[in-house]
Design a protein around this ligand. Structure first.
Ligand code: P6P
Length: 334
């Protein structure tokens, strides 16, 4: 059966039975994310025309300058998710703590928590380079009907029931998994509908693209430095190509299609690297593994890390399996 041109709505319904807990709520949740994605996409695409470019003048919980679109995307996703009786809690890169939903309604049966990076790579907005939204969905582990606790958010990535991203690039795509492979949907802006354009996405076993901010080279651990030099050496299928957009979603998306590795290691100036475990590394790692790729902190599987803090950072190496294995060899030798 040719699945192409299925709409996202049709795909969700057709695949609902394959969801581990097919009660229809996860389908409603993915649909809510789809709606929020369209709203944010509309704002991102006109960012250059109205006064939402540039910094909001606020500092987020990370101590980073907030872009106006960061704030807007955060508000749109939280508002869309809150308005539907599906989730009981939300955590966001832009919020210090988690947001409890329906805590005063003792009868609510909402059982999912969502963690989001509402606009990753937002420093690229003012220079018209692609950015993305990343989301991660878990079933709560505390009793339904009670207010969520931090325990519901600090789950290892292996517990995710769904994860994905929206990439606001030359076209807008929603790419997600519910644990049964990775599928990509492209938005037809003329009619506001996402169509299945990339069924069953898979990482090539290896690749020739490495993505890392080489401006930090002097601060990297020796093993990472040695791997970069390995990528640049004229030998076998090397030197590789260096491609780094400064937007995790964009670098990951390209590498998943073409083959490659994305790296944000720890360094002498960032002892755990920069990327956040809960709403950047875990969802991207879930997608990577579902697409026959690999994701590690340099030693073990990202998805098996037991989180201790909402905004904790981890070193991140993710992409084609053979490339990730090779950088782990260099790290082990250092
Ligand atoms: P640097 C964006 O802020 C982000 O979290 C990722 O999307 C991106 O890959 C990385 O940080 C860029 O960080 O330090 O290289 O500018």
């Amino acid at each position: 059966m040719d699945l192409r041109n299925r709409t996202l709505g049709e795909f969700i319904i057709e695949n609902q039975s394959s969801f581990k807990y097919s009660t229809g709520e996860l389908s409603k949740l993915i649909n809510a994310i789809r709606l929020a994605a369209k709203v944010v996409n509309h704002e991102v695409n006109k960012a250059g025309l109205v006064d939402i470019l540039g910094a909001s003048g606020d500092i987020n919980v990370q101590g980073e300058g907030q872009q106006k679109l960061d704030v807007l995307a955060n508000e749109k996703f939280i508002q869309t998710l809150k308005n539907r009786e599906i989730v009981c809690g939300i955590a966001s890169e832009e919020e210090e703590g988690f947001i409890t939903i329906n805590s005063n309604d003792k009868n609510h049966q909402n059982k999912y928590v969502v963690l989001i990076d509402p606009l990753d790579g937002s420093s690229n907005i003012d220079v018209n380079v692609s950015v993305g939204t990343i989301f991660s969905i878990y079933r709560r582990i505390t009793p339904v009907g009670t207010p969520v606790t931090m325990e519901d958010f600090l789950q290892p990535g292996i517990n995710q029931v769904a994860a994905g991203y929206i990439i606001y690039g030359t076209s807008t795509m929603l790419v997600y998994t519910t644990g049964d492979g990775v599928n990509g949907f492209t938005l037809n802006p003329a009619i506001g509908t996402f169509y299945l354009s990339h069924p069953d996405m898979k990482f090539p076993e290896t690749g020739r693209i490495y993505s890392i901010n080489e401006g930090n080279y002097v601060h990297f651990p020796q093993g990472v430095k040695n791997y970069i030099k390995y990528c640049q050496k004229e030998e076998d299928d090397r030197p590789y190509t260096s491609r780094y957009i400064g937007s995790l979603v964009s670098d990951f998306h390209r590498n998943m299609i073409k083959g490659g590795i994305y790296m944000y290691p720890k360094s002498s100036i960032a002892s755990n690297g920069k990327l956040r475990l809960l709403y950047e590394c875990n969802p991207v790692a879930f997608l990577a593994e579902q697409a026959n790729g690999k994701a590690t902190d340099g030693h073990g599987r990202i998805l098996e890390i037991k989180p201790s803090e909402l905004h904790q950072r981890v070193p991140f190496f993710c992409g084609s399996k053979k490339m990730v294995d090779k950088v782990m060899e260099f790290i082990a030798e250092q």
